[in-house]
Design a protein around this ligand. Structure first.
Ligand SMILES: NC(=O)c1ccc[n+]([C@@H]2O[C@H](COP(=O)([O-])OP(=O)(O)OC[C@H]3O[C@@H](n4cnc5c(N)ncnc54)[C@H](OP(=O)(O)O)[C@@H]3O)[C@@H](O)[C@H]2O)c1
Length: 256
């Protein structure tokens, strides 16, 4: 039977690849993000993809806002009546919108950057998971969070890294809450992944070479690399894997 899969940040990058992977199985995928036009374009491109046979639908919502997360819950209940897989992929790094790794001017700037990264990476996942919580209390349900290698080795000011690290105890606690119902909760922590909007054109060739040099595979990661891991964590074969952080980084060593 086709599963219902909710992918936050599903209009671009990793989320879009995750959506494609599930829709290739014939699953019914809901893409959630703030920009309606981006979601619509992604849904149309996926529907035109020869590998995709599942239904793709969209819902625009800012998941940092409790009422918006509640609206996703209400719409999901009305449209599908169930959620089999929740992929909390929405996020981004506010450090990149200032000069990479630099603290913005004054304490007010510091507070803004930390709050912004907390909102984008923690609240989006927490609010959507809590909003959909009752639908996830069933055997076979899956929640996957998207963390980052930054959670292990910092991100410049620490604000993005700390926000991603906060997802790990959330995954542990949610795994404890949903485990008795037969559901699992895990996180994937990607290293450097190309073909996304994450760096907003700020990646230099020198830094790119350095990041590739930190891997043992000698290549960049792709959204499909992450999507395959998310798909596996959501598979029946991974039913005894829960409360784990799975790193997808080509063996990039910490702290390099
Ligand atoms: N690329 C990498 O190297 C890398 C490495 C490690 C971890 N990650 C993580 O992977 C995840 C996906 O990022 P990506 O690399 O694919 O970059 P991306 O293309 O920029 O994707 C981020 C997505 O999140 C959505 N989003 C952001 N804030 C949101 C909000 N408040 N409400 C709803 N949706 C929101 C964005 O859509 P809207 O702007 O339309 O809302 C966008 O589709 C992120 O959590 C990121 O931190 C990325």
């Amino acid at each position: 039977m086709a599963r219902v899969v909710v992918v936050s940040g599903g209009g671009t990058g990793i989320g879009r690849a995750v959506a494609r992977r599930f829709a290739a199985d014939g699953d019914r995928v809901l893409l959630v993000g703030r920009r309606e036009a981006v979601l619509r374009e992604a849904a149309e491109a996926l529907a035109a993809d020869g590998d995709v046979c599942g239904e793709i639908r969209t819902l625009a919502a800012d998941l940092t806002v409790p009422e918006e997360a509640q609206r996703v819950r209400d719409e999901t209940g009305r449209r599908y009546g169930r959620v089999d897989v929740l992929v909390n992929n929405a996020g981004g790094n506010a450090e990149l919108s200032s000069d990479e790794g630099k603290v913005p001017g004054g304490l007010a700037g510091v507070a803004r950057q930390w709050r912004s990264n907390f909102d984008a990476n923690v609240l989006t996942a927490v609010l959507l998971t809590e909003a959909l919580g009752d639908l996830l209390q069933e055997p076979g349900r899956r929640v996957v969070l998207v963390s980052s290698i930054a959670a292990y080795r910092g991100s410049g000011t620490g604000s993005y890294a700390a926000a991603k690290a906060a997802l790990h105890p959330f995954a542990y606690d949610m795994a404890g809450r949903l485990g008795p119902h037969g559901a699992t909760v895990n996180a994937v922590a990607p290293g450097y992944i190309e073909q996304t909007d994450f760096f907003g054109g700020r990646m230099t060739e020198e830094r790119r070479r350095m990041l590739i040099g930190q891997t043992v595979t000698g290549r960049v990661g792709t959204p499909a690399d992450v999507a395959e891991t998310v798909h596996w964590l959501a598979s029946p074969g991974a039913q005894h894997v829960t409360g784990q952080i799975v790193q997808v980084n080509g063996g990039a060593r910490y702290g390099n």
